[in-house]
Design a protein around this ligand. Structure first.
Ligand code: ATP
Length: 372
């Protein structure tokens, strides 16, 4: 990991009797793109405001570039913020909006002109310097807000839901552009979002939060593939939860008896005890689904199921364009969701409601969590 730029050590933030942040410890590396992900009210914005200097920590320490930030005001921190509503000055031109901070810092006119034009080029608004914010689209206003925040080359850029006002298409485009800009500038970006897709698409690491606490920190892949608890697993995508107990353990192999009836072999590094109740988590795309009649006709198909097969009936189909979801009710009554991809040579749905099916998955694709 690069040198630490932002360090929080055991930070609490109380508002009156309400604890908005509890025991937050987090290190953000130089040049890293880190997202704070969580539902409304979990403390994401509060965390950004502490780093930006708009709030004080109730307990614990915040360091920027190794320096303790107690009582250091926002303007003395090498940190800028892009707010959700952009907060542009409506009566000023794009140029003046971007130049504002540099003028306050008493920079020379030539330096200001050069820095503003460079920032405008980076956000691809070179021809718009003399417009007012009202003469720009939402996406363009967003770029001005970003240009203004990067013009004095901060060490850290804080972005509080910066894309939430944009429509879906523009949002996707801006995600790519922001990521590219961050790579070009090498500035550390800290993004607040409640959108898992956005966090995954842009970030080196994601911090998943709940009720003022950090639940998990990891790369997008770690968070998706190895969630540490059900909350994280559910927050970052659809998940099927099967229940079982530890039946047998031999060396690194564990056998689980699922409530659904099947016995499943696992390779789990977790310390699990015989008889312990556990959840087996599988993403909809982890399942392999077959028609019962196909399995009966072909032995080869059984090779696809290195795991026990679960039997069930197709209940509903949800078409999504590139994929479709098949809702299956298992013999035990549990409902699971399976994502199916279209075959190369067909755009027909292979399954229909009422079909008898079997489903399995490859050994090791499941996540095993002890009951909480
Ligand atoms: P959202 O996604 O809705 O912006 P968030 O995750 O950013 O939510 P915060 O704005 O950090 O959440 O709020 C965390 C908690 O602290 C909430 O319960 C909120 O009501 C409370 N809170 C935030 N600011 C204050 C304040 N100035 N005074 C009192 N309580 C506050």
């Amino acid at each position: 990991m690069n040198k630490a730029v932002v360090e929080l050590i055991g930070v609490d933030k109380d508002y009156g009797g309400h604890r908005a942040l509890a025991n937050i410890s987090l290190t953000v590396a130089d040049g890293e793109f880190l997202s704070l992900l969580g539902p409304s009210g979990c403390g994401k914005t509060t965390l950004l405001r502490l780093i930006g200097g708009f709030e004080d920590c109730t307990r614990g320490q915040l360091l920027l570039d190794g320096r303790i930030m107690d009582r250091v005001p926002p303007e003395k921190r090498a940190v800028n913020t892009v707010f959700q509503n952009y907060a542009l000055f409506p009566h000023m031109t794009v140029f003046d909006n971007i130049a504002f901070g540099l003028r306050m810092a008493k920079k020379g006119t030539d330096d200001i002109r050069q820095a503003v034009h460079q920032a405008l080029e980076l956000v691809e608004l070179a021809g718009m310097a003399h417009r007012k914010p009202a003469e720009l689209s939402g996406g363009q206003q967003q770029r001005v807000a970003i240009a203004r925040a990067i013009v004095n080359k901060p060490r850290v850029l804080l972005l509080d839901e910066p894309l939430s006002a944009l429509d879906h298409r523009l949002r996707k485009q801006m995600q790519k552009e922001l990521k590219q800009l961050q790579r070009t500038l090498g500035i550390t970006f800290l993004l607040v979002t409640h959108d898992q897709d956005e966090a995954f698409a842009m970030s080196d690491r994601v911090v998943v939060m709940q009720q003022g606490r950090i639940e998990q920190i990891g790369t997008p892949m770690e968070i998706y593939e190895e969630p540490v608890n059900l909350y994280v697993a559910r927050f970052v995508g659809d998940i099927n939860v099967l229940d079982g107990v530890i039946r047998e353990q031999t060396g690194s192999t564990t056998f689980i008896a699922l409530v659904e009836g099947a016995v499943v072999r696992l390779r789990s590094n977790r310390a699990l005890n015989l008889g312990q109740s556990i959840h087996v988590l599988l993403r909809p795309e982890d399942f392999r689904l077959e028609l019962e009649q196909d399995i009966a006709q072909s032995r080869d198909l059984s090779a696809k199921f290195q795991q026990a097969r679960l039997k069930g009936t197709v209940r509903r189909i949800f078409y999504h364009g590139a994929t479709y979801d098949v809702e299956v009710s298992l013999e035990s009554g549990t409902r699971v969701q399976v994502t199916e991809f279209f075959d190369d040579d067909s755009d027909n749905l292979y399954f229909k409601p009422g079909d008898s099916v079997a489903l399995g998955w490859h050994e090791g694709w499941e996540v095993v969590l002890p009951h909480e």
